[in-house]
Design a protein around this ligand. Structure first.
Ligand SMILES: [Zn+2]
Length: 300
């Protein structure tokens, strides 16, 4: 059996993405005083994410725990993994970090709502999980939420290693890190491909061509969700450890990771009130459309 989704069925699934749901999730997530990886409050936020996913009927949802040292202290950190089984074992991963940070990196007690960085990416994935809960897909999906991103991609490094060691058939990965505050240009999403000329951000050559093709596929769907696009390269987020292990990765990003250009970046004012909801909704639809397209039999 093959599951093949045409344009009409993709369109009708995209229409289920709700701005109201995104607002609800992002308000709840930003209400945790901080999601700094050293704060016990991050566990509360993780439990909240876990409960949301389970409420949609996802039973195969678990913590992937690992130990890491932050500021000379050892912490047990937790990624969150939610599995949706497809007809085959070929795996599409959609991921985002759920921790956040302040300008003063070791400050784990100040108010740090992290609405755009990276509540936006987390809530988009929760909404995609909700919409896909009762859809039958060809490939399997993992919705993954990383901890310790801000301390050097700790969660994604640990999970990429786990995926590799267990020989899992990770086919495509989409990472979302800051997708609610369009900075590059209004209504414009930055699509990040694995073509960075700096070897630090592009450790393996063999996966570049497929990543560029995958980015093209995402690009081709931007106008259908009312977005403009700008093509760029992957840089400093959770796709990198997967890239380094040879997997095919892309990212979506709003261009606002800069405290000089964006006054809310890594600050107590990174609040839901500064989110561009139409933009966040459109990028969520774009990511969902890309998943459905790559899942469709005719695409490969
Ligand atoms: Zn981030």
């Amino acid at each position: 059996m093959n599951i093949d989704k045409n344009e009409t069925s993709i369109r009708s699934i995209l229409e289920k993405v709700s701005t109201g749901s995104l607002k609800q999730y992002l308000n709840s997530l930003s209400d945790f005083h901080t999601r700094h990886s050293k704060s016990p409050l991050l566990n509360d936020a993780g439990n909240w994410i876990m409960n949301e996913l389970r409420s949609f009927g996802y039973k195969d949802t678990f913590y992937h725990s690992f130990k890491s040292t932050i500021d000379n202290e050892e912490f047990e950190l937790r990624n969150i993994v939610c599995k949706k089984k497809g007809v085959d074992e070929k795996l599409i991963m959609v991921c985002a970090h759920y921790d956040c940070i302040m300008d003063l990196k070791e400050d784990s007690v100040s108010r740090a709502p992290g609405a755009n960085d990276n509540g936006s990416g987390v809530c988009a994935i929760i909404e995609i999980a909700r919409v896909l809960a009762n859809e039958n897909l060809q490939h399997s999906i993992q919705f993954v939420f990383f901890s310790g991103e801000e301390q050097g991609l700790l969660g994604s490094k640990s999970y990429a290693k786990y995926i590799k060691e267990n020989g899992m058939d990770l086919y495509r990965l989409v990472n979302l890190d800051m997708i609610g505050y369009p900075f590059f240009a209004p209504n414009t999403v930055i699509i990040e491909r694995d073509n960075n000329t700096n070897v630090k951000h592009n450790q393996v050559g063999e996966n570049d061509t497929e990543s560029i093709k995958f980015g093209e596929m995402m690009k081709d769907m931007t106008s259908s969700v009312g977005l403009q696009f700008h093509l760029d390269s992957i840089y400093d987020s959770d796709y990198e450890p997967f890239e380094a292990n040879g997997y095919v990765v892309i990212g979506a990003y709003d261009g606002s990771a800069d405290s000089i250009k964006n006054p809310h970046y890594h600050s107590s004012s990174d609040l839901p009130e500064n989110i561009d909801w139409d933009y966040l909704t459109s990028v969520t639809k774009l990511v969902l459309a890309t998943i459905l397209k790559i899942d469709s039999f005719n695409s490969h």
